[in-house]
Design a protein around this ligand. Structure first.
Ligand code: PEP
Ligand code: MN
Length: 345
């Protein structure tokens, strides 16, 4: 069940509703919105009686039963799209948002050049990892706080917002000081300690789908962050592991419309990690626009042949500029259909 309190309900009123829910044997999670407190109740009990009793309380605006195991992130709970602000971008609204930049922050020069390149092509958000999850412990692990400082410099130079990965709950506060969006990598999608900490980080979060995770598991992970207090979550399809070896991962393009049916959270497509090969990235990016993603996250590098990580899938400046130009008519159609959809609701 989800229970929305009336606007500006007091702490005592929330406590009374909470107590009533607990009398029916349910466990309670409450999330504070800016104006409204929303309470999630989970467990087994007499749903009908509990709903009736809650609806009769004057402090309660609405009490609804949600059948999906993920409650706060479901469309049943909130039919209208969640919009998330980051710098000058709004993700989940009627602008298609591109995030672009290198896999890793490598040096001041590299990140500043990347940021200028990203902005020139029309991206609103700069990506770049300062904490890198690497398969081998001997590979470059990222510049850590020094990398975050360089991202901040790039933000000040270009006006782009910053998305960067956080790998551990210990680093959440540090990364949140510098980033506009915290990226949770595929390998950490089910790091529950991290997800709980993100509930309190006060920044938007982009949760990447684990390479062996189902869509339902992705939504349950998003539910962790929201249930722990942070409703600003977007999801990212970045390819899953299958028997296919021609691509680094298999881009599960159908995840985008499936997620759009099940959740109000924005959905981003990462064609770079899905493909693993730069020649395939523009086609997958087009597919992402056409199928209704809210945006893309793409790897670009001023000199991909010198990249410390993921060079093979990073677009060079010319390829990135061409991809962004080629996407324009698709994005115009995307915008028309987004505006028409909003008008139809
Ligand atoms: C990345 O974005 O560079 C990255 C490591 O992605 P993923 O977690 O999807 O592998
Ligand atoms: Mn990468």
């Amino acid at each position: 069940m989800i229970i929305s309190m009336r606007l500006h309900a007091t702490k005592e009123e929330v406590a009374q509703v909470r107590a009533r829910i607990e009398e029916f044997g349910y466990r309670v999670h409450s999330i504070e919105g800016e104006e409204r407190v929303v309470i999630g109740a989970v467990g087994v009990g007499d749903v009908t009686a509990c709903l009736e009793s809650l609806e009769a309380m004057p402090q309660v605006e609405k009490a609804v039963r949600i059948s999906a195991p993920y409650k706060f992130v479901s469309k049943e709970f909130k039919p209208d799209r969640t919009e998330i602000k980051a710098g000058s971008a709004v993700i989940g609204g009627d602008e298609f948002v591109v995030m672009a930049g290198p896999c890793s922050v490598e040096s001041e020069r590299q990140i500043l050049e990347s940021a200028e390149l990203a902005a020139r092509g029309g991206a609103k958000i700069l990506r770049g990892g300062a904490f890198k999850p690497r398969t081998s412990p001997y590979d470059f692990q990222g510049l850590e706080e020094e990398g975050l400082k360089l991202l901040d410099k790039a933000r000040r130079a270009t006006g782009l917002a910053i998305i960067t990965e956080v790998m551990s709950d210990r680093d959440v506060d540090l990364v949140a000081e510098y980033a506009d969006i915290l990226q949770i990598g595929a390998r950490n999608m089910q790091n529950f300690a991290l997800l709980k900490t993100l509930g309190k980080c006060g920044r938007p979060v982009m949760l990447k789908r684990g390479m062996s995770s189902t869509i339902k598991e992705l939504l349950m992970s998003a539910e962790y962050v929201v249930a722990h207090g942070n409703p600003q979550v977007m999801l990212c399809e970045r390819g899953i592991r299958t028997f296919e070896t021609a691509t680094r991962n298999t881009c599960d393009i159908s995840a985008v419309p499936v997620l759009n049916e099940l959740t109000h959270l924005p959905v981003i497509l990462d064609p770079s990690h899905a493909a693993g090969k730069r020649s395939l990235v523009p086609a997958l990016a087009r597919a992402g626009v056409a199928i209704g993603a809210d945006g893309l996250i793409v790897e670009v590098h001023p000199q991909p042949e010198k990249a410390i990580s993921d060079g093979a899938q990073s677009l060079d400046p010319r390829q990135y500029a061409k991809m962004m130009a080629d996407l324009k008519p698709y994005i115009a159609l995307w915008k028309e259909s987004r505006v028409a959809l909003a008008a139809a609701v």
